[in-house]
Ligand binder design. Structure first.
Ligand SMILES: Cc1cc2nc3c(=O)[nH]c(=O)nc-3n(C[C@H](O)[C@H](O)[C@H](O)COP(=O)(O)OP(=O)(O)OC[C@H]3O[C@@H](n4cnc5c(N)ncnc54)[C@H](O)[C@@H]3O)c2cc1C
Length: 535
């Protein structure tokens, strides 16, 4: 060996990225190559156990593991990858405390950036549906569930209470089913702690595009899972899909509407924008690789694996986006990178999958493994055993096993772990006929119309009067904030609308810090006060 060590850059710290780094640490000596891994977070997430966060059956930090401990010889850069220049072999990374981009040159590159949930073309989903992929998603969902239960307990309006106690999951694959099973078990067991909810029914709905849930499994097991879920009170809507979402309801392709305050979507998935923007051969958006997992047209220099790569099995089928495949892909890529660094044996990806396992809640699971089909409690024990075994590190194994034991002995934890103050300007989508606010409501936000039209209506002596029609670019809702009174008109969407919502706290800050901003609204309020326009 002569010269400087080769620079190996791994993008993404999920199953594919972290396991590649771990194998490379075993295969290469420090003098042969320097390994750098770039990931948004400084931890690796064991995604198959994420649903356990919902009920708190596993502690928040026990489903993650610090990458620095998993890969002790790898340089970790906890930043965002911004650009990949395949021609010049340079990766650009986001700024940190210093507002400067960082550029890294590589000899060998591994792209393992996973996938994202994509709500493109689904109005209102971005604002109202919760994805479920990351630790943050799981924490947000758990806090949200506790919040809606607290609200339902004090809500006097039965219709709104029903909405608060309705939970919808889009996607009936493994992650959708596991999320709903955990959510349902959690709500069922903690409802008894809410005096007014004890006898109140709650509604859980899975919406699945196909004619059965769990398309990853054989039909009899999927049918068994459906039966168990239905016995536990979960509704399953088949052959339909989520189309749009408002703050009060989910809208399905068939036109059906479900009034709810909790909408979780595990589908559809797409590639991260940085991968989408890469100019290289792709198959259905995924990076096209050969059997050695080398990126097409960049063989010997770039490898792509995990959920962002289009990989074929030996039999020619498409490799599914699962952790068990990502781990085996990492072995293949690491062997081939080591061979590129110092010569030697090369490997082909030949793994066909061991089987599939999934929990359906309350001590039942379905498993299809080594040709065996299991369901019920035995499958659940197997599911837990295998997942525990696969968790790297004795430390985490012990913590998780202890968490599971405590969860079996005591009721689930019900404390909210909210840390951020919920505020901030946000977008919202409304459909024709939706009420944006009602006359008599408290003024909590100002609204700016980005798209669409609405009308302002005032009720007087039992009659409704049209005050004004408002278009794109118009503002409304300022008067109640400026005068500290309740809304004196109702605003109703006439067309589909996209609205920017500025909460009172931010509105007040902007008015104080930017006098010109405040003047716009003071003038508007004066005009509307004179002409009796909506506020
Ligand atoms: C809820 C859930 C349950 C699942 N259950 C199972 C199961 O039971 N069995 C199974 O086999 N599989 C399961 N999966 C699928 C499995 O987790 C994935 O297939 C696997 O994680 C893919 O690994 P990956 O490394 O390709 O992507 P990921 O694990 O998603 O990792 C990608 C990494 O790249 C990082 N990243 C992305 N873009 C950037 C950027 N621009 N800059 C910096 N970092 C970036 C991300 O933060 C992430 O850490 C489940 C998935 C989910 C969401």
């Amino acid at each position: 060996m002569s010269g400087d060590p080769k620079q190996i850059l791994i993008l993404g710290g999920g199953f594919a990225g972290v396991y590649t780094a771990r194998y490379l640490e075993k295969l290469l000596r420090p003098g042969e190559a320097s390994i750098t891994l770039i990931n948004r977070e400084n931890y690796w997430v064991y995604q198959p156990m994420l649903p356990d966060i919902i009920s708190g059956s596993i502690g928040l930090t026990n489903v993650v593991s610090p990458i620095r401990r998993l890969c002790p010889r790898t340089n970790l850069i906890m930043r965002e990858v911004r650009d990949i220049n395949l021609k010049d072999q340079i990766v650009t990374i986001s700024p940190g405390f210093r507002p400067r981009h960082l550029q890294l040159k590589y000899d060998y590159l591994v792209i393992a950036l996973g996938s994202i949930t994509n709500f493109h073309g689904m109005p209102g989903m971005m604002e109202n549906a919760m994805p479920f992929r990351t630790l943050a998603d799981a924490m947000v969902l758990r806090n949200h569930l506790i919040h809606v239960l607290e609200e339902a307990d004090v809500e006097g309006n039965p219709e709104l209470r029903r909405q608060l106690l309705t939970f919808v999951v889009g996607g009936g694959g493994f992650s959708g089913v596991e999320v709903m099973a955990e959510l349902n078990d959690f709500v069922r067991s903690v409802k008894k702690n809410y005096l007014r909810l004890r006898d109140e029914p709650h509604r859980c709905v899975i919406v699945q595009a196909g004619d059965r849930i769990l398309p990853e499994m054989s039909e009899p097991l999927a049918v068994f899972a459906q039966r168990i879920l239905r016995q536990r009170g979960i509704e399953i809507i088949l052959n339909d899909r989520l189309k749009a979402a408002m703050s009060e309801r989910a809208i399905l392709q068939s036109g059906a509407e479900i009034f709810c305050k909790t909408l979780i979507s595990t589908v559809p998935s797409a590639l991260p924008p940085i991968v989408q923007n890469l100019d290289c051969p792709k198959e259905r958006g995924k990076l096209l690789v050969n059997r050695g997992l080398e990126l097409k047209d960049h063989e010997g220099k770039v490898w792509a694996l995990g959920d962002c790569a289009a990989i074929k099995t030996m039999a020619g089928a498409t490799v599914p986006p699962t952790a068990q495949h990502a781990i085996r892909e990492a072995t293949t890529a690491a062997i081939n990178i080591a061979a590129a660094v110092r010569g030697g044996r090369r490997a082909k990806f030949e793994f066909e999958g061991l089987g599939t396992l999934g929990s359906v809640g309350h001590g039942a699971a379905v498993a299809q493994i080594f040709g065996l089909k299991l369901s019920g409690f035995h499958a659940w024990l197997l599911w837990r055993g295998i997942y525990l075994m696969k968790m790297p590190g004795l430390n985490r194994k012990v913590r998780i096993a202890t968490d599971w034991l405590l969860h079996a002995l005591f009721p689930p934890e019900l404390a909210q772990t909210k840390v951020a103050f919920e505020s901030g300007i946000r977008k919202q989508h409304f459909e024709p006929g939706d009420i944006i606010f009602q006359q008599g409501d408290l003024g909590d936000s100002v609204y700016v119309i980005e798209e669409g039209q609405c009308e302002a209506l005032r009720e007087h002596n039992g009659k409704q009067e049209l005050l004004a029609s408002l278009d794109r670019g118009a503002y409304f809702g300022e008067m109640a904030l400026l005068s500290n009174r309740t809304r004196n008109a109702t605003i109703r969407a006439c067309t589909a609308m996209d609205v920017l919502i500025i909460p009172k706290i931010d509105f007040d800050k902007l008015r104080q810090s930017v006098p010109a901003f405040g003047n716009v609204f003071n003038e508007l309020a004066k005009q509307r006060g004179v002409t009796e326009a909506p506020h």
